[in-house]
Design a protein around this ligand. Structure first.
Ligand SMILES: Nc1ncnc2c1ncn2[C@@H]1O[C@H](COP(=O)(O)OP(=O)(O)OP(=O)(O)O)[C@@H](O)[C@H]1O
Ligand SMILES: Nc1ncnc2c1ncn2[C@@H]1O[C@H](COP(=O)(O)OP(=O)(O)OP(=O)(O)O)[C@@H](O)[C@H]1O
Ligand SMILES: [Mg+2]
Ligand SMILES: [Mg+2]
Lengths: 174, 164, 164, 174
């Protein structure tokens, strides 16, 4: 199982449809300050299900929708899809318990009337839920809130946090 | 609850000691509960001694603390392996030697799981198998740079980014 | 007390806007009191808009936030100039373009006051007039490297530190 | 006025006597992680008078004395001297209100009986006090607790601190 591609549509600074193909092994992402590198990490967490929108560096879900920048038009929805390969290579079992060689996990948020946000989940294009996502991913060991995702600043935080806070980190793991 | 924590700690602590020694050859690191009898009344100390130094977390420099924290992150990841990992500028205050040690450990672990690392450091860009460039051409819209290979990436690590 | 704060804020805020525009050409920054009538009941917001982007501090990336914070530091320094300044790795999460902008502003200010900057970045080492190398030959004792000139320093920024 | 040299004796990782000559203009200090670069900043603050020993990254003053490292012997005292040039160049007034071309500010701490610490201040080799240091330096604009000294991590802290904390920073300046 590995991440084959990330498909973004109006997610934060990514205007319109942008597909980022990914490979197995070690991939380095680079670019200038403010180019959108950490927004890729936010997109991954957005689908995997972080504990709160705070960890997506947004005060509310609305701030995840492309805001038009200085001169453009703000979008009304945003979407992020994680495309996983899930082949039963070498005769083993599929890591994601779903009978498909490719698994697409899509989360969409739309701006409704009076600024409320509708959030929707799709699994291989059929409607799903946050709970189904979490169950499927946790079985495969791909949690959204573990240290398999290390956000910008996490290393420094872990180094300077109090002993009690560090004990709580370990409790989360247990 | 207490049994669970002590059981997890035993495994993660072994992982931590092993990984710290790998990242800082000649150094030694341990995880210690402040109050082993009543773990929930105390904290968890990350004790580390870089090679040639006296011990103590509060004596460590910025880069030495980051190396200890990275060893802890890897130790937790080994407890519950994931099919893929995302690291965002974990090498930012490391000198070239430590950045290289970290990148090569990621490369080693990338043989059994997928690693995606956001980095500005030349050393890490050189170690990677694949390279992705992200830019915003001054209009605030992020886009991926197609045909961005190893050469272009290493050059980015070297030159002023503006050329992107 | 309130008059003093508002008077200081007026000057520092002008400094901030000028310095931010210098560090991020095309961008705009402002310092705003949350509660201008009762300043001690609210906080002080650092509002910054990098070139081409929508505004808001919580939208800024790691490097963009550091540039705003640096502009504030320079703005405070201009309020009460000192004969010498010490900066410790202020360029650690900046890309080469922003690290260069920061180092060249330090070089400009070094014409009227002494600047001592601890840095690991090649860009900053190239801009400096003088270079000091510090090392610990594995025994934990810090010592200064004598005859450490510009060439040796720039090489350090490039190569693995182990050679030191 | 500028810093001409830093003379350290058993200060943190600097064993024995180490003199670091400094020049006017822009000086870059570099070296590996843990080599002792930030300890130089701590030495400057130690003499100029920070608000607390916490900002010297030490739990108590004793931790400022060379501890011997892995195999060496711990020292019993440490000393740091800031050597300022104070010439009345160009016929102007001296920035430090002292009639001397060179001003040496020395702070020493000695380990006494039962681990208590004796702290002593010297100005051009004659006994002085923290108050005299602070008065002399504040008049010259060289505070120990202002943003003329930016320690490792200060930039990130300033970027992520709350609005109220940032207001308090400005109050300190006022
Ligand atoms: N909803 C949104 N619409 C448009 N742009 C957005 C939105 N949310 C965030 N941004 C922009 O994204 C940029 C931040 O991107 P990001 O944090 O990914 O940068 P980065 O490449 O990680 O940079 P650094 O190297 O400094 O960490 C900001 O400039 C911000 O204005
Ligand atoms: N009292 C002491 N005696 C001996 N060594 C000490 C003492 N206090 C601190 N140290 C050592 O000093 C080192 C830290 O030095 P410092 O923080 O200056 O490093 P640095 O060069 O700034 O590194 P970085 O690039 O990681 O920030 C630590 O390894 C620590 O063990
Ligand atoms: Mg980032
Ligand atoms: Mg340091």
């Amino acid at each position: 199982m590995h991440l084959v591609a990330l498909e973004l549509e109006n997610f934060k600074s990514f205007k319109g449809e942008v597909t980022i193909p990914l490979s197995e092994g070690f991939t380095a992402v680079t670019g200038p300050n403010g180019s959108g590198k950490s927004n890729i990490g936010d997109a991954i967490q957005f689908v995997l299900g972080p504990k709160s929108s705070k960890s997506l560096r947004a005060q509310n879900l609305k701030q995840l929708i492309y805001n038009g920048g200085e001169k453009g038009r703000a979008a009304k929805f945003c979407k992020a899809t994680l495309v996983f390969s899930n082949s039963s290579r070498n005769g083993g079992r599929r890591r994601l318990k779903l009978d498909a060689d490719e698994v697409r996990l899509t989360r969409t948020i739309k701006l409704g009337r009076k600024d409320n946000i509708n959030s929707a989940y799709h699994l291989n294009e059929r409607p799903s839920s946050a709970t189904e996502f979490r169950r499927l991913l946790t079985e495969a060991g791909a949690r959204g809130d573990g240290y398999n995702i290390v956000l910008q600043g996490d290393v420094t935080q872990l180094a300077i946090m109090s002993g009690r806070a560090r004990r709580r980190v370990l409790e989360d793991v247990a | 609850r207490k049994e669970r924590l002590t059981a997890v700690l035993e495994i993660v602590s072994d992982n931590f000691t092993r990984t710290y020694a790998h990242l800082q050859p000649g150094g030694h690191g341990e995880l210690k509960l402040e109050n082993p009898k009543k773990p929930f009344e105390g904290g968890l100390e990350m004790w580390a001694r870089p090679p040639g130094k006296a011990s103590g977390l509060n004596l460590l420099s910025g880069g030495e603390k980051s190396m200890a924290a990275l060893a802890l992150i890897f130790a937790i990841q080994d407890y519950e392996p994931s099919p893929f990992y995302y690291f965002d500028e974990v090498d930012q205050n490391l000198d070239t030697f430590n950045a290289e040690a970290t990148a090569s450990l990621c490369k080693l672990r990338a043989q059994s799981a997928q690693f995606i690392m956001v980095t500005l450091r030349k050393v890490s860009l050189e170690m990677a198998d694949h390279h992705i460039g992200i830019t915003h051409a001054g209009d605030g819209c992020s886009r991926m740079i197609t045909d961005f290979g190893r050469e272009a990436a290493i050059e980015v690590g070297d030159a002023a980014y503006v050329e992107l």
